[in-house]
Design a protein around this ligand. Structure first.
Ligand code: ATP
Length: 327
């Protein structure tokens, strides 16, 4: 596979009278051709800074970036025509219709007017194209924004939070649209906080935390690498669950009691549980791995899982869980 986007060692420090803030600290990312690639990170982790730097809107302090094999920002003018991007919500004139809006943008960008109908069709606004934008729902405005980015027939589409503010139906439509674009051969990079969506839409992901890459690869790879070490344990009815929990805790296990079962949080070798409990004449009737999803991987890697009784501050990164017990 060829890379449409390659970023290595990207650095950005914002300086103001209040001091310096390192937004990107040697960040790396690779997006392969034809993929829908999810760009994930908690608030303030550096996603927008990365996308704005990529588009030449911010000057980095170090690192390398290439788009479609060309080094940017030096060669941005050569590839700009092949890149469509929505990094900040575009503002449209409310009194213009979608067709007028796109027609104006096509003229301004030297794009053939025939593209207007083509992109209206792709984003599903054909039937509503003669209505004023101010009467549009948020989802329709998002579609119009995507349509505007598609006018130039880009090979690479960059979307910052395209599903932001959409209802579940709108999110699903956006998902279908992303797939349609990818099936037509386009490479799509999208940042999002909606992890369940990313898991469904994206082929691959990059997770950023505090300006550095903390995970990357296909969704399946990232999930496999961070396989849950949690297991659900159920005992025969009537067996002393508290005694079992105590025995496991004494051996270093993290045990959370639930109503009719308990969860061992750091069970990298589940056989230890059965062996240890059997040693106490306690027998297990169910031992099931707790499945991991992108959201739990994200919370684990970025240290942003909620902490009971605390209001996590934007830059707080909690310590991540340790490795196993009794090894
Ligand atoms: N113009 C600026 N001046 C100073 N600091 C900035 C500026 N822009 C961003 N930052 C800081 O850089 C860090 C990264 O911000 P960035 O907007 O890239 O994060 P993000 O991942 O896009 O966050 P979100 O998901 O909340 O949009 C944050 O700590 C932010 O406060």
């Amino acid at each position: 596979m060829t890379a449409v986007l390659e970023i290595s060692g990207l650095q950005k420090t914002y300086r103001s009278r209040k001091g310096a803030r390192k937004a990107l600290d040697g960040f790396d990312m690779v997006v392969e051709a034809g993929q829908v690639h999810g760009f994930l990170g908690p608030n303030g982790s550096g996603k927008t800074t990365t996308l704005r730097t990529l588009l030449g809107l911010i000057k980095p302090n170090g690192g390398r970036m290439t788009i479609l094999g060309r080094e940017v920002p030096q060669h941005l003018p050569e590839v700009a025509g092949l890149v469509g991007a929505i990094v900040e919500s575009p503002q449209f004139f409310g009194n213009f219709t979608a067709r007028e809006t796109l027609s104006l943008l096509a003229d301004a960008g030297g794009v053939d007017q025939r593209r207007v109908d083509a992109v209206l069709e792709v984003v599903g606004l054909r039937e509503r194209a003669a209505e004023r934008v101010k009467t549009y729902s948020l989802g329709m405005k998002q579609r119009l924004a995507v349509a505007s980015a598609l006018l130039k027939e880009p090979k690479f589409l960059i979307l910052d939070e395209p599903a932001n503010g959409l209802d579940p139906g709108g999110i699903r439509e956006m998902r279908t649209l992303m797939r349609t674009l990818s099936d037509s051969g386009m490479t799509v990079l999208l940042s999002s906080h909606i992890l369940a969506e990313i898991q469904l839409i994206c082929d691959s992901v990059t997770i950023i935390a505090a300006g550095r890459r903390v995970a990357a690869g296909s969704v399946a790879e990232v999930l496999a690498e961070h396989r849950s070490t949690k297991v659900k344990v159920r005992l025969e009815p009537g067996v002393d669950m508290f005694g079992a929990a105590q025995a496991l805790r004494a051996a270093g296990a993290e045990v959370t009691l639930e109503q009719d079962h308990f969860i061992v949080g750091n069970a990298s070798r589940p056989a230890q549980i059965t062996r240890l409990l059997a040693g106490h004449q306690i027998f297990v009737s169910e031992l099931t791995p707790v499945t991991v999803d992108l959201e739990s991987v994200f919370l684990q890697l970025t240290g942003t899982a909620p902490v009971e009784g605390a209001n996590r501050q934007v830059d707080d990164v909690a310590a991540t869980a340790g490795n196993g017990w009794g090894q």
